[in-house]
Design a protein. Sequence first.
Length: 453
Amino acid sequence: MKFDKNYNGLILSVLIFLLVFFFSWWSNPTLMPKMNLGDTPGYLSVAKDFSATQTEIRPFFFPLIIRICMNISELHWERILSIFQISLHSIVCVIIFHFYLKYNFSKLSSFILTLFIGFNSSLIYWSTYLMPDFLLAVLTFLAWFFTIIFIQKYNNNEKINIYLILIGIFSGLAIVTKPQSILGIIPFILAFIFVSDKSTKLIKPIIILLIINFSFHQLWEQYKSYNSTGTSFELLDFIEFPINMTAIRGGLVDYGKGTDLYNLLEERELLETARNLKISLSYTMDEDPDYLQLYKSLKDDWDIKNDKEFAKKILNHAPLELFIYSISNWHAFFTKRCFGPGDGSFPFMPEIIRYFYTVGYALLYRPALAILLILSLILFWRKRLFILLLSSSGILLYASLSIAILSVHGGEFPRYRVWIEYIMWFCALFPIGILLEYLSKSLYSFFREIINK
């Protein structure tokens, strides 16, 4: 009987992998990754030369994956990269299927919920993009997944196990994929502390975890110091642009008087427009058209947009206003719609199916996502799933706040949100899973009564 159950689980795992893999392939039949974002050339430069100046703000792990694909085939490396990424997506979905089973969902419910995630239009869209956001999502999911397993096993025997090392490895690789995840380990450590017995025994695993986690970043910094000049990690290199744009978006431009960015705005007669800008709260936090026009007018002035002196003046004179303006659109992280299938996707798919697919996921993101997440967190609390509650809510809060603070406008949320899509939707679909369980049991009881009569 146990063999049959394991066999059925294996069959479903293989089926999930194949369905998700070929559906993702169908979304981009050529397997040529999309490359139309301005960050892509920087990652390609690093992939070709790890001493390139772009290493100042582009970490090595995603370019390393690109380099490996290039070494496998110089002519077809783009397609190899796409296959690698959609394979990762399919593997993660298999893990998610078994993780749902751990929380006592039936195989049928787990299968359906997993396909909701596997066919997610946003995840599929970014899995065939030459950008590190999808890889970051996979690494963060694995760190979160092994955190939950580690805490459960540690609380049972208080012994350090292999899962602690895996958390450190995957969270450390996330840092050298995108620096915004540099403090992503903190929510996992806090979850470990809160749900474990408060004792000095916790110090040892936490120290080990921190050493492993930050070793990747430190080794990368050491490599750059020996092989490059002027490319060491500086926090302002990653936050000066969002500081400048948020200050302009909130009408704080006059605090930057005398800087290159201020002078450029004055030269182009944009100062009055910038002074009159303000942030208005709304459900979706759509940007002011005047701000978007001003932002586009600076498109080709990358160095001046990143004016450090302007950022320092804003930080010195209006830090509180800057912080408030930065997080004012935080809630829109959970209300923005997702990316849909692009041109050339899903050939021969009937238009009615494409319509329901696109609109269905659009509605899942807005308005359903925020509602489902709130319901799921309440369910975790009521069912005393504290490890899942704390680890999930912690990383969701960290990621959403850091993205809100570091984004120049809310239109970037659908891309940056990919970072935690797996975790977010694993949690958000819990209420739907419980509903499926209830409906399946009700139908089973109904038909059983009919048969008995």
